[in-house]
Design a protein around this ligand. Sequence first.
Ligand code: FES
Length: 145
Amino acid sequence: MKRKEFFSSLFAFVPLVLGFLGITKMSADFLSPQRGKAKIRKIFATSLEDLKIGESKEMTDLKGKEFLLIRTDDRKVKALSTTCTHLGCTVHWEQDKNRFYCPCHQGVFTPDGEVVSGPPPRNLATYNTEIIGDNVYIYLKDKEA
Ligand code: FES
């Protein structure tokens, strides 16, 4: 085999190998449901002593995810995303009006995060919470890389 023929066959072979590797990766992604699945983190958020009934607390976790805690009852704490579902502005809790308010386009949400008025197309995202003793934990979802 001459040198020119060798390189010609090599250049024909490389795309074939790359195609095979691509198909293998796509097959592995399809067969492995864990990839791309949301990862859930349980983090300590606050103590009940530091969050009175009717109060809200804005928090940011170590990964920069912002959320709001609101204590609605003696042993009931809700956690919601601070990101408005309209164009992504930050919503704020207005305790005197018992609502979440987005100042960008006057979006209004209930304490449960349901849209009341304004342009937001969806309710605020919510996160599960758990109270153990007097400590409040929140379960945050992250997308795996
Ligand atoms: S971004 Fe919140 S109402 Fe528009």
